[in-house]
Design a protein around this ligand. Structure first.
Ligand code: ZN
Length: 89
């Protein structure tokens, strides 16, 4: 379970424009990773907390997502991670 830098219970209505949790698969298709990704209203970047499906490292970072499919890189192993089926970002 990925740790978040805030408590979901403390979120006020309208504070976030996006918040989602996804399972992430490694190259064998196994669900070895997980990501929380969110954006607060007024911010340009998405923030994320990830357990990388490739290296299993737990990392935090920010990313600008503007073209589909949405991709980010693991801050630890630098491998590309594609976010599938993310809607309404
Ligand atoms: Zn990694």
């Amino acid at each position: 379970m990925v740790k978040l830098p805030f408590d979901i219970k403390d979120i006020k209505p309208g504070e976030f424009s996006y918040l989602s949790k996804r399972k992430l698969n490694n190259r064998k298709g196994e669900e070895t990773g997980e990501i929380f990704i969110w954006k607060k209203k007024g911010e340009l970047e998405h923030s994320f907390s990830i357990k990388c499906p490739h290296c299993l490292s737990e990392e935090n970072g920010t990313v600008v997502l503007n073209r589909r499919p949405y991709r980010l890189r693991c801050p630890n192993c630098n491998r590309s991670i594609t976010l599938k089926k993310l809607k309404d970002l």
